[in-house]
Write a protein that binds this ligand. Sequence first.
Ligand code: T4K
Length: 380
Amino acid sequence: MSRLNLSAFEKPIYVTRPMMPELKDYNTRLEGIWNRGVFSNNGPEHNILENSLKEYLRVENISLFNNGMSALISAMFAFKISGEVIVTPFTFSGTVHAITLCGATPVFADIDPVSMNIDPTSVNDLVTDKTTAILGVHVYGNACDVYGLQRIADRYGLRLIFDAAHAFGKKIGDKPISSFGDATMFSFHATKLFHTGEGGALVVKSPEIKQAVELFKNFGIQNEDSVTAAGFNGKMSEIQAALGNCNILNLESEKSLRTSIMNIYSEQLSGIDGLTLPPIMHKEIDSLQYYCIRIENRSDNFSRDHLYNQLKKYNIFARKYFYPLCSDYACYQDLNGKRKINVPIAEKVSKEVLCLPFYGSLSQNDALQISEIIKYILTK
Ligand code: T4K
């Protein structure tokens, strides 16, 4: 390895870079698409990917989508979600917008201070006779308290839906993450561990719900003679699926490269007072989606924002996922009526988090250099 240095990177270093197959392998699949002239509507690339994902994720009822948010919206419609949905404010905008776009009202629960996922105790306090569902997000790929949330869902007869945009391939013990709750959404956006450029999937427990989901994502068309429900167009194209069929073959090597980067950061950044490494969640197989540290806001020279801004001077573009909180968006200020939004832990956490560059094509030297720069900024 070359000598460590504190100089700025020549080229920008982003929070993530997409896994990319050999162009010739993608071209081979594109040639097939060209020869067939089939670009969408459950073509062969789509069907191959659906079967591969069934096997990889160990699931039965999976539907592929043009993006993760479409998949989440479809879950809402398939379950006819209305009234209030209890959700974390510490997530990407798309999670909460999916609730709103379906005509339901998001109600914000607080999060656990360690896992940074929705806190079942806070959820329990927010259940009313209008509540129909809980929407949990496995933030950074750390699993929610799936058992605690299921107990609440069972107690009040609520649907339990998970946003697993960050948790592709995640397991709790030997159970796939999508075996919990009624439905689980995955995102296959270019910024995700496994991706199809844009794309996503929905895994559901019941075959009947899968039928409703398939209908909804194809305009409600049952067959040439019958349209049985109002639906939209959520279909994954052949071009997207072909990329997924290439990428799935490189997944294990991407994961092993990310594991090396994770180990470098965890070793280099441990023991810094005021810096917290990602939580180690026991009995979980990591999804390796993000590497997120937390910085206590102690002074002008020791805070998340200070580190974030200083890193830019070195051409390092870390990201503040998830700041601001969804509950602070202008469009969600009036939603909860007289009920005050009470999410103090989420407020604190969102001001501390910083996702570091984390992807397989980041070199180990670069990860070491980024660590050195972080240590320098925080201790100078
Ligand atoms: N739920 C959760 C919890 C989510 O995190 C997301 C998406 C969703 C739901 C919705 O799923 P999708 O409908 O998107 O499938 C990015 C992604 O656009 C978004 O998918 C993701 N979460 C979110 C956490 O991150 P931005 O606005 O930060 O993306 P952007 O364009 O700034 O990209 C970040 C960096 O990645 C860039 O600085 C460079 C790199 N990049 C990005 C793209 C798109 C590349 O190197 N190549 C690329 O093609 O939202």
